[in-house]
Design a protein around this ligand. Structure first.
Ligand SMILES: [Zn+2]
Ligand SMILES: [Zn+2]
Ligand SMILES: [Zn+2]
Ligand SMILES: [Zn+2]
Length: 216
């Protein structure tokens, strides 16, 4: 496929996790909200303490790996509570935890399934793939003409149409440079991505932070 290499290069830049071994594939991942950032920090000691706290307070729960904060320490600054991600192997138990919450420090915390982002997810800011607009670090691109402006600011000075295709401005896809909008399903990039083997639930940090943003 013509664009395959380009796509992988783009994805690799944004989402280095894609190329990592797939050992995490069958883990049930759960986001646990409102964990005290005063009680727990980034140190191994602290993370171990949290690990034990979770397993002691929730006897059936056995974590596969250490719990970890959903977002960077920088993004947690000034917050007294934040979200962590835990991984367990028992999917049935995961469902129960997602329904009932998890006990930490005598409180029942809110939980939800950790979904992350798919490589096929398209950003509505730069129209690249594998991340969401909330965490986009790329330049803003117009969905219609690929220029460096927001799509809603796409204006034709001839026919005065706004945020729509018209005959006066050439429609250009930012990804493949062909004459269609960046989210057109006929785009060869989109079709290649959808067909590629990377479309399972690989997870990027960007996506994790997105989920934090939406839920906390
Ligand atoms: Zn983007
Ligand atoms: Zn435009
Ligand atoms: Zn026009
Ligand atoms: Zn295209």
């Amino acid at each position: 496929m013509k664009y395959k290499q380009q796509i992988y290069e783009q994805l690799r830049k944004i989402d280095s996790v894609i190329n990592k071994p797939q050992i995490q594939e069958n883990w049930a991942k759960i986001i646990v909200h409102h964990v005290s950032t005063e009680q727990y920090n980034d140190t191994t000691e602290s993370i171990n303490e949290l690990h034990h706290e979770i397993e002691n307070m929730n006897p059936s729960v056995k974590l596969i790996t250490s719990p970890r904060w959903l977002t960077s320490s920088k993004r947690r600054e000034g917050k007294t509570r934040s979200s962590i991600v835990i991984a367990i192997s028992d999917h049935e138990l995961a469902k129960k935890i997602i329904n009932r919450g998890l006990w930490i420090d005598g409180r029942r915390t809110k939980t939800e399934r950790f979904t992350g982002v798919k490589p096929t997810d398209q950003c509505s800011k730069c129209y690249g793939f594998g991340h969401h607009a909330a965490r986009c670090t790329q330049e803003t691109r117009c969905r219609i003409c690929a220029a460096s402006h927001e799509t809603r600011r796409h204006v034709c000075t001839t026919c005065k149409t706004t945020a729509k295709e018209c005959e006066h401005i050439k429609t250009v896809c930012v990804n493949c440079k062909q004459e269609h909008q960046a989210n057109d399903v006929r785009c060869e990039m989109i079709q290649t991505l959808r067909c590629s083997k990377t479309d399972s639930s690989k997870i990027s940090d960007a996506a994790e932070e997105d989920q934090d943003e939406l839920m906390s």
